[in-house]
Design a protein. Structure first.
Length: 461
């Protein structure tokens, strides 16, 4: 808990969806933030007599929720949006890898700023980036991405990716855009040593994250898992995204993706996979048995025609599931709050139809579910006393939402709600829909310039 001398922010008069274990909600409630912790949350006005109150917020007409948690992204793709818009996954990768293979440190920094800014102004308080493209001589890409997140003020996990299977080995990336097995493992360990913070209120963490079965050798998968567990960090990769991947795994390894992952040590409560669209009953049972997490990316899966993940079945089996934006070359909006709505709607097109997901399940995916997947459910993902002060105030009394009686239904089913205030670790980073930590217009200019520079280099190359 926060010390009694901590400075306090009092938020009164709002509806509250705590997303705790009991889905506790208050139609009219309060929050007290003390330092970087939530000190109290409950019905009615905040207690009288609080000391060191530095700010009081009348949040009438607002819904307070936990900050949104993004569990899968590729920030660098911000500067390649709008390309290959009519491709499936494999064709899309073939079309874009030659461009991605020419990124450098400044491009990654600007792209990370753009990706983070779009998420943060839309209610994301915890972000992650799965970065796996490290062209030769490209500079300190991991450092640039972490710097952008620190400046933005969001809580952040860098999934330090890697690839060692290039075109010459039957993979998709160009030869000069991959690392050696030894180089990838060494660089990943160095990144963990330099940047990972295991403390309760950590702002930066690092995961070990070889890219995918079709761009990574079995040795890198197996030794990457061993490295992560030796260092005490989490593991992340792509899994079961398309039918083409399923075919690839059977042809190359003689088994499907889930069995392959298990054979290389890649199932466990310290692992989360992106997508998991094409899962059999036995695959889901294996994930449930091992508590392997899933990052569900509904917009990207639709953009690339990958299919509809079996989210209701995953949840019913006890699999931890969070939401992901995915890279903005396959989700050009780059916003996680729209994924609440898309997750609900797209899953209702599947076998469970209208019973697939409801509004509160969708909100849980984007908050507590994401915290579970990142291994931080004890710290973030719900509004409870003692947890970190990552809180969003959504304005629900405008034309877009005012006639919807239930604020959670309004947030999920309605248009994207304005963010009046977003707090991360007790620090406000958004006010009235604008970032307080960076100049949005400057970020927009920088990302446009770097996108144009990358396009020129790619054309010349």
């Amino acid at each position: 808990m926060a010390p009694s001398a901590a400075q306090r922010i009092v938020i009164d008069n709002c509806a509250i969806a705590t997303v705790d274990a009991d889905d506790t909600e208050y139609a009219f409630g309060h929050l007290v933030l003390a330092g970087n912790r939530i000190e109290s949350v409950g019905a009615g006005k905040a207690p009288d007599g609080l000391q060191n109150v530095v700010r009081r917020i009348d949040a009438s007409g607002h819904l307070a929720t936990p900050g949104l948690v993004n569990t899968h992204h590729h920030f660098y793709q911000w500067i390649t949006r709008g390309l290959a818009t009519d491709h499936n996954l494999f064709d899309w990768l073939v079309a874009l890898y030659p461009t991605w293979a020419r990124i450098d440190e400044q491009m990654c920094y600007s792209a990370a700023q753009g990706s983070l800014a779009m998420m943060a102004r839309g209610g994301v308080t915890t972000a992650m980036d799965h970065h796996y493209v490290f062209p030769h001589g490209c500079g300190d890409l991991s450092g640039a991405i972490i710097k952008a997140a620190a400046e933005m003020g969001v809580r952040f996990t860098l999934a330090r990716g890697s690839m060692d299977r290039s075109v010459k080995d039957g993979g998709l990336p160009p030869d000069f855009a991959v690392e050696t097995l030894e180089g990838a493992l060494t660089a990943t360990e160095d990144t963990v040593d330099k940047h990972h913070d295991a403390s309760f209120d950590a702002m930066t963490q690092v995961a070990v994250a070889p890219c995918s079965p079709f761009s990574v050798s079995t040795e890198l998968m197996r030794e990457g898992a061993e490295l992560a567990r030796r260092l005490g960090v989490r593991l992340h990769t792509h899994g079961s995204e398309t039918v083409e991947e399923e075919k690839f795994c059977h042809e190359l390894f003689g088994m499907g993706p889930t069995d392959y992952f298990e054979s290389t040590g890649w199932l466990g409560e310290d692992v989360w996979m992106a997508h998991c669209v094409h899962m059999t009953d036995s695959d889901i049972a294996a994930f449930a048995r091992t508590k392997t997490g899933v990052a569900h990316c509904p917009s990207s899966n639709a953009r690339l025609a990958a299919g509809i993940a079996r989210v209701p079945d995953l949840l019913a089996s006890g699999v931890p599931v969070g939401l992901g934006v995915d890279g903005t070359a396959s989700n050009e909006s780059g916003e996680l709050h729209t994924e609440l709505r898309n997750a609900l709607l797209i899953n209702r097109l599947g076998a469970h139809r209208e019973a697939a997901l409801n509004a509160r399940q969708a909100l849980r995916l984007g908050t507590h579910g994401g915290a579970q997947v990142l291994g931080r459910a004890d710290q973030i993902g719900s509004l409870e006393a003692g947890k970190l002060a990552d809180v969003v105030l959504w304005r629900m009394d405008t034309l877009a939402h005012a006639s919807i009686a239930d604020p959670v239904t309004a947030l999920v089913f309605g248009a994207a709600a304005p963010v009046t205030a977003s707090f991360v670790n007790g620090r406000q980073i958004v006010e009235d829909g604008r970032l307080l930590t960076v100049d949005e217009d400057a970020v927009a200019r920088s990302t446009r310039e770097e996108a144009q520079r990358l396009a020129r280099i790619s054309t010349q190359g």
